[in-house]
Design a protein around this ligand. Structure first.
Ligand code: GAL
Length: 742
């Protein structure tokens, strides 16, 4: 049986590397003690030199490998290290890997000292190496550095399961099948008879099972197919009901055994010339691009925070799709996408630039590593096998497509481009269509872009972004326009059957290189900021959800007389899923307003537009009130004071219970609000965050509010106990938040 041992806690870390660190007798007591996931250098929130994390650093760890593991194979499994790694055990070189976003394993069996302490040393080169994608030219995002994902030790017998590819077949018929391609390794010097059994389970209940005996040759990898016919009704994995079952595979033979377990969903996903079909039903895709980065620690956020992003996209923004721009992302994020029914377009690392042959080899390896890691995820419906927005390169992309199809024949390929008429080698033409500039042209007809004389499966993979960067604290007219542009594109995508859907740029603001962004090393292209706090544009998406998932009533205003040009708050764009809204000004009803369906016929919930002027310049400013109705009943009411004053400092936390098993973290957002509970966007205040107990802050404890609020994350130290957090500013203090680490 296999054993997996987590190696995430207690490494010794040095920001510099020296060959002498490789020697197992080197005294690393002066190194810093760190836990994984770890970023090689904490970065400030903004205005920093992006080169500070381009380091060659060193991670060291002592690992005890018990006597009882002798005679078995021992692997080190790395989930992701940026971006070139050399690994040493007991002073000997044991392996290396190029590429910062895909997992790799290193066989250390021959170097292990069983029953005693082993010295593991990892050289981590996080410089922007020209031989590793995405590097070689400028890039609009930071990649940070370090061992930023988890590491574990895997102990297996000499005959073991290396990987399994699962595929659901004929899912729309009554004769569904589960196909398993089992990749076996025989690392002995003799051929071996093995018995393989495959079980499909729902909890403890076995739905179907099959067994097969085979002989595998010595010292070789072999693939064995097993197929299950499924007689009983299986629920399909869908966006609204992401049904997952358990698949278990057992390997047995004389002197060895192994198990493979994972969650799996039955579904059929197909991009067609007239749209995207999930389980035979056409679904219009509405999504945003996600970068996996966070303030201060870059990519190095624990599982819970990665998972939370998927929840935000699905439940706070009401999306049905995400693109993992521009690289394979955390497995925890993808696990959550599987669990909650968020479709994923996953792509290989890269940004506009194609390097030399050596670089291309790493890129091709990325294709295979990405697919072999994620091929069992029902959420993933498309593999991106081009470098985002690169030039055509026939031979290279013919190969990446062939590799993807060979590795996983069950999924279509895409490859994101921005050039009209670029050669279609993929199954789906995936295009960044940045044509919309606020006018009437919103999305182009696909034939205009593809230069083909026929329709092909087609998906818009980016829009907006740099065409209209908008900060969360920008003035409300700009934020309203930002919002309108997003609404217009999702409306246009919905109306065109030749477009499977559209994935906007982007979900969250992100740190970037000096060549992009607002000079502050932040690209303010998100509909949420880096702390995942919404801008008005977030509500363009959120308001498209059915009111049964939450009533939305979000006017694009801070409700003040003099914030906009000429004064007043009209035209007032209200993002809502209410049937209609009553607007009161100074206690007097101005009118009842309905969604502007004629302007947004493609939207389930078009916005409401209030155009009547509310009082003139020079008159006293009055209180405003919006009342939203669903099914004829008042569903929500929002009051806006005519004289807002700062009234409270509040703290909103995502989780009150954390785990001590691995390093865990959760987000807190601090906000100054007025007497009606509305965020005060234009206040300049600093807050001091205090934290006690078994936790620490990610980032500084003295911060200025940005646009009235700011987020932080509280991180465990790996021990059980309580963490107590509070914050204060010059006028207020929050309540104490008590987090239990269990
Ligand atoms: C695209 C690119 C994205 C981002 C975006 C900004 O060209 O693919 O990574 O830079 O522009 O709008």
């Amino acid at each position: 049986m296999r054993r997996i041992i987590s190696l995430n806690k207690t490494w010794r870390y040095s920001e510099a590397f020296d060959d002498k660190f490789i020697n197992e007798n080197f005294d690393d007591s002066q190194f810093q003690v760190v836990h994984l996931p770890h970023t090689n250098k904490d970065v400030p929130y903004s205005y920093f030199d992006e080169k500070i994390s381009q380091l060659i650093s060193c991670y060291r760890k002592k690992i005890n490998i018990p006597e009882e593991f002798g005679g078995r194979r021992i692997y080190l499994d790395f989930e992701g290290v940026m971006c070139y790694v050399k690994v040493y055990l007991n002073s000997a070189y044991v392996g290396e890997h190029k590429g910062g976003y895909t997992p790799f394993s290193i066989d250390i069996t021959d170097h292990v000292r069983f029953g005693s302490s082993n010295h593991l040393v990892v050289m981590v080169d996080s410089t922007e190496r020209k031989d590793v994608p995405p590097f070689g030219n400028v890039i609009d995002y930071l990649v940070y550095g370090g061992i930023y994902r988890e590491v574990s030790l895997r102990i297996v017998d000499s005959v073991f399961i290396e990987n399994v590819r699962l595929e659901s077949v004929d899912v729309l018929s009554n004769a569904k099948k589960l196909k398993a391609e089992v990749y076996l390794e025989n690392r002995t010097n003799a051929e071996k008879s093995v018995v393989l059994s495959l079980k499909l389970k729902d909890g403890d209940r076995v739905i179907s099972q099959a067994t097969r005996s085979v002989v595998i040759p010595q010292q070789i990898g072999d693939t064995v197919q097993l197929t299950l016919d499924i007689d009983e009704g299986i629920e399909l994995w869908d966006i609204d009901a992401p049904r997952l079952y358990d698949v278990e595979i057992y390997l047995e033979g004389e002197g060895f055994s192994d198990t493979f377990e994972r969650k799996f969903g039955f579904r059929e996903a197909l991009f067609n010339t007239d749209g995207f079909y999930l389980n035979g039903k056409r679904v219009k895709l509405r999504g945003l691009n996600r970068h996996q980065s966070f303030p201060y620690v870059g990519y190095a956020m624990p599982a819970r925070v990665q998972r939370k992003d998927a929840d935000i996209l699905k439940h706070e923004l009401g999306l049905n799709m995400v693109r993992t721009s521009h690289y394979p992302q955390s497995k925890h994020f993808l696990d959550r996408c599987d669990e909650i029914g968020l479709l994923v377009f996953e792509e290989i690392p890269g940004w506009q630039y194609i390097g030399d042959d050596e670089w291309k080899e790493v890129s091709k390896a990325n294709v295979v590593e990405m697919i072999r890691r994620d091929w069992n995820r029902p959420s993933i419906v498309l593999w991106g096998v081009r470098i985002n927005e690169s030039q055509d390169d026939h031979d290279f992309y013919a190969e990446t497509n062939a590799l993807a199809r060979r590795t996983d024949p069950s999924r279509q390929t895409g490859g994101v481009r921005c050039l009209n008429g670029s050669e279609l080698l993929e199954d789906v033409y995936t295009m960044n269509d940045f044509i919309h500039e606020g006018g009437d042209v919103v999305l182009r007809d696909q034939k205009e872009i593809t230069s083909l004389d026929r329709n092909v499966p087609y998906l818009v993979t980016e829009y907006n972004g740099h065409m209209y960067p908008t900060k969360r604290f920008d003035n409300e007219e700009r934020q309203m326009e930002h919002c309108l542009r997003h609404l217009k594109v999702i409306n246009a995508a919905a109306l065109d059957d030749g477009i499977s859907g559209a994935i906007g740029w982007c979900a969250f603001d992100y740190n970037t290189h000096k060549d992009f962004g607002a000079g502050d090393r932040i690209c303010h292209h998100g509909v949420m900021d880096m702390f995942r706090i919404p801008k008005f544009a977030a509500y363009a998406y959120k308001s498209q959800m059915d009111p049964s998932r939450g009533v939305v009533l979000e006017p694009t205003t801070v409700f003040a007389r003099g914030e906009r040009c000429i004064g007043g708050v009209t035209p007032l764009l209200v993002m809502t899923n209410c049937d209609y809204v009553d607007f009161y000004y100074g206690g007097v009803k101005v009118g009842r307003y309905y969604p502007v369906k004629d302007r947004f016929p493609g939207l389930d919930h078009p916005p409401i537009l209030i155009e009547e002027m509310t009082g003139e310049w020079g008159m006293a400013w009055q209180q405003g009130e919006l009342v939203g109705f669903v099914d004829g009943r008042e569903a929500v009411r929002k009051t806006y004071s005519a004289e807002p004053v700062v009234s409270r400092l509040i703290a909103e936390i995502d989780d009150l219970v954390l785990s001590s098993e691995e390093i865990d973290a959760t987000r807190i957002v601090f906000k100054l609000v007025d007497q009606e509970g509305h965020l005060i966007p234009y206040i300049n205040e600093s807050i001091k965050i205090s934290i006690n107990g078994h936790g620490e802050l990610v980032g500084p404890d003295l911060v200025s509010l940005v646009g009235g609020c700011i987020g932080t994350w509280v991180k465990t130290k790996g021990q059980k106990g309580e963490i107590v957090v509070s914050a204060s500013c010059s006028r207020f203090r929050t309540d104490e938040i008590v987090i239990q680490v269990e």
